[in-house]
Design a protein around this ligand. Structure first.
Ligand SMILES: Cc1cc2nc3c(=O)[nH]c(=O)nc-3n(C[C@H](O)[C@H](O)[C@H](O)COP(=O)(O)OP(=O)(O)OC[C@H]3O[C@@H](n4cnc5c(N)ncnc54)[C@H](O)[C@@H]3O)c2cc1C
Length: 567
C-alpha cells in the first residue's frame, strides 16, 4: 500500500488477494465513519488491519447526516453533559489539528421570540456549551444579538415577534469525504481497505467458541472466500442486528433505526450570512450553509423499511418546509427544493428498559458489546465522536489478545491532507499559476484534499481536459473523477456523484446530466467497454430514482427541476 494511502480501484484484485491470503489482527466490518475510525485506530497502534465494506465507503448513514461536528446543544436540555463535553473536545481537536482542511467552524443564529424568558435560558445553555470547551478556543464564543442585529445577519427572518437572537459556533464537514479520508489514513498505516465486499458469515475455531474471521462475498463477482483475523469488530450501523443474526448471537442491545430527512435549497432562497437553528415542537431544525445551498433539516421518526435506500416521504418534506416557514418572511415552497435525502440513525436500544421511548429521547451515546470471544461490536454514538467510539471498540477487541497492544494514538494522528496545511494555503496563488487554474479552484481543492490538492492537479498535466469543470455551475473538476478512481476507490458512477463529489444533493438534476461523462472518465481508467459505460450510467439513473422518490412523485412547479425530466 502506498504511503499516501492511495486506494486505487485498479488494484482491487491485489487488495482482495491480500484479504484472502493474510491473517489479520483485526477485521473491521463496515466502512462508515465508525468502521473507518476503528481501522485507523487499530492500524495506528501497529496492528494488521483489514476493513470490508459491503457497498461504498460512507454509503450508509455516514454520507446522509446533517454534516455537523458539534457538541449538540439540544443534548444539554436532556442533561447529557458527558456526551456534549466529549463531543466539544472532539470538535476542537478536529478543527485545530486532526482535519482542519475538512472540519470548518460555522456560526449558527438562534432567533429568540419570547423576550423575557428565552434569552436567559438559551444564554445560560450557550455559556455552559462554551465553558465545556477546552482552554484552547478554535471556534469563537457565543454572542447576544438585538432584533435589529439578528435581521442584519438574517434578513430572511420575519421581523414580527423577533425579540433578538444568540449567535454561537460549531463546525461542519463533508461527512462522506471525511469518512473516506479516515479510511485512506488507515490505509496509509497499512490497513487493507476493500469495498463492495460483504460479510456473509462468521468463522469459528474448531471448538466453535471463538470467532476467527469472516466469510466474505465480493459483490462485484459473487465470489466468496474466508478472511482470517484474531478479532472481528462489527461497525455496521443500522445493519448491526443483521450481522449479529449472521453469527446466531443475541447481543446486549438492538439497534433502533430513526429516519432523518434533509431538504436542500439554493442559498438565494434564504437571505442570511449565518446558519440558523430553530426550536420545533419535537426537536430542532437547522439551516446549514452548504456551498451554494442550504441544507435544512432534520426529522426524527422510527423506521422499519429498506436500510440501503431510506427514501424520504412527502410528509417529511412538508414538515421541514412548514417548520422553516414559521420564521421566514418569504416562505420556502416545493419549487425551492433542489434535493431531498434521508439517513438512518443507528440508535442503541438496550434490551431492557427502553419502554418504547420515542427516538428523539434515545441516548446518542455509544455502546460496546463483546457477545462472543473474538467478536466485538459497537453502535450508537455520533459522527462527531467517531474517534472515541473507535478507541473504545478497539480497546475491547484487543483486551483478550494476551499480549501488550499500545493504546490509541489517534488524537495525535492528523488525517491525510492535514499535515503542513498552514504552509500550503499561502501558496494557493502559486499553485493556481503553476497549473493554469483559478485561485477559486485551488481553494476548492484545498478544502477537499488539503495538502493532497496538488496530486489532483498533477493529473491535468497529462490530460488537459481534466482541468475542465465536471458540471456547469459547480466547482468540481473532471480531474476529481479520475482521482476518485486512482486514489479514492471509486468503483461505480454513484460513488463519484453521491459521495466523492456531492452533485447528487447539490445539483438540481442530481448529477444525472454528467453521469455519462463520469462513466467515460472512469471507464478510461478501469477499462470499461462502451456497453459497460452505458450500463453504469443507467445504474446511476435507477439509483437516483430509488433514492429521491419524493421529488419524482411530486416535482413541484419549479421550472429548474431538470431532475424530473431526466428521470
Ligand atoms: C439524519 C441524520 C443526521 C445526523 N447528523 C449528525 C450530525 O450532524 N453530527 C453528528 O455528529 N452525527 C450526526 N448523525 C449521526 C451520524 O451520522 C451517525 O452516527 C454515523 O454516521 C454512523 O456511522 P456508522 O459508521 O456507525 O454507520 P454507517 O455509516 O451506516 O456505516 C455502516 C456500514 O456498514 C456496512 N455494512 C453493513 N453490513 C455489512 C456487512 N455484512 N458486510 C460489510 N459491510 C457491512 C454498511 O454498508 C455501511 O456502510 C446523523 C444521523 C442522521 C441519520
Amino acid at each position: 500500500m502506498a504511503s499516501n494511502g492511495a486506494l486505487d480501484a485498479r488494484d482491487r484484485g491485489a487488495t482482495l488477494s491480500r484479504l484472502a491470503a493474510e491473517r489479520f489482527d483485526v477485521l473491521v466490518i463496515g466502512g462508515g465513519i465508525t468502521g473507518a475510525g476503528a481501522a485507523l485506530d487499530a492500524a495506528s497502534r501497529g496492528l494488521r488491519v483489514a476493513l470490508v465494506e459491503a457497498r461504498d465507503l460512507a454509503s450508509g448513514t455516514s454520507s446522509r447526516s446533517s454534516k455537523l461536528i458539534h457538541g449538540g446543544l439540544r443534548y444539554l436540555e436532556q442533561f447529557d453533559f458527558k456526551l456534549v463535553y466529549e463531543a466539544l473536545r472532539e470538535r476542537d481537536l478536529l478543527v485545530s489539528k486532526l482535519a482542519p482542511h475538512l472540519v470548518k467552524p460555522v456560526s449558527f443564529m438562534y432567533p429568540l421570540y419570547k423576550k423575557v424568558v428565552e434569552r436567559p435560558y438559551v444564554g445560560a445553555g450557550l455559556a455552559l456549551y462554551d465553558a465545556m470547551e477546552g482552554t484552547r478556543r478554535p471556534v469563537p464564543h457565543h454572542r447576544h444579538l438585538s432584533a435589529r442585529g439578528a435581521l442584519r445577519r438574517a434578513p430572511a427572518l420575519a421581523p414580527d415577534r423577533l425579540a433578538g437572537a444568540m449567535l454561537y459556533y460549531d463546525a461542519q464537514v463533508d461527512d462522506a469525504r471525511h469518512t473516506l479520508t479516515v479510511a485512506r489514513t488507515a490505509a496509509a498505516h497499512s490497513a487493507v481497505v476493500a469495498t463492495r465486499v460483504s460479510v456473509v458469515g462468521l468463522l469459528r475455531d474448531t471448538e466453535g467458541t471463538r470467532v476467527t474471521g469472516a466469510r466474505v462475498r465480493d459483490e462485484e463477482t459473487g465470489r466468496e472466500f474466508p478472511v482470517r483475523a484474531e478479532a472481528v469488530v462489527v461497525c455496521a450501523g443500522v445493519w448491526t442486528d443483521l450481522v449479529h443474526e449472521l453469527a446466531g448471537i443475541r447481543a446486549g442491545y438492538r439497534v433502533r433505526m430513526s429516519k432523518g430527512v434533509h431538504v436542500v435549497v439554493p442559498r438565494a432562497a434564504v437571505d442570511a450570512d449565518t446558519g440558523m437553528i430553530l426550536r420545533t415542537d419535537k426537536s430542532v431544525l437547522f439551516f446549514i450553509p452548504w456551498g451554494q445551498h442550504w441544507i435544512v433539516g432534520t426529522t426524527d421518526t422510527d423506521f422499519t423499511g429498506d436500510r440501503a435506500e431510506p427514501a424520504p416521504a412527502e410528509e417529511d418534506v412538508e414538515y421541514i418546509l412548514a417548520a422553516a416557514n414559521r420564521v421566514l418572511a418569504r416562505p420556502l415552497t416545493r419549487a425551492d427544493v433542489v434535493a431531498v435525502y434521508a439517513g438512518l440513525r443507528p440508535l442503541v436500544d438496550p434490551r431492557q428498559g427502553n419502554g418504547g421511548k420515542p427516538t428523539t429521547k434515545l441516548s446518542r451515546e455509544h455502546v460496546v458489546d463483546a457477545p462472543l470471544p473474538g467478536l466485538t461490536s459497537i453502535a450508537g454514538g455520533k459522527f462527531t465522536t467517531y474517534r472515541l467510539m473507535a478507541r473504545d471498540v478497539v480497546d475491547a477487541a484487543v483486551a483478550d489478545f494476551g499480549r501488550d497492544v499500545p493504546g490509541s494514538v489517534t488524537d495525535q494522528v492528523p488525517l491525510l491532507g492535514a499535515d503542513g496545511l498552514a504552509a500550503v494555503q499561502p501558496a494557493a496563488s502559486r499553485l493556481a499559476e503553476d497549473y493554469g487554474v483559478s485561485r477559486a479552484t485551488v481553494e476548492h481543492l484545498l478544502g477537499r484534499y488539503g495538502t493532497l490538492a496538488a496530486e489532483v492537479l498533477k493529473l491535468t498535466r497529462d490530460d488537459a481536459g481534466l482541468a475542465r469543470p465536471l458540471a456547469e455551475g459547480h466547482p468540481y473538476l473532471r480531474a476529481e473523477v479520475a482521482y476518485a478512481v486512482t486514489h479514492e476507490n471509486a468503483l461505480h458512477v454513484e460513488d463519484v456523484l453521491m459521495r466523492r463529489t456531492r452533485l447528487f444533493i447539490e445539483s438540481a438534476d442530481a448529477g444525472v446530466s454528467v453521469a455519462a461523462e463520469v462513466a467515460a472518465i472512469m471507464g478510461r481508467l478501469l477499462g470499461w467497454s462502451r456497453r459497460r459505460r452505458a450500463a453504469e450510467t443507467r445504474r446511476y439513473l435507477a439509483l437516483v430514482q430509488a433514492e429521491q422518490t419524493v421529488t419524482a412523485v411530486d416535482p413541484g412547479p419549479a421550472p429548474d427541476r431538470a431532475l424530473a425530466t431526466a428521470r
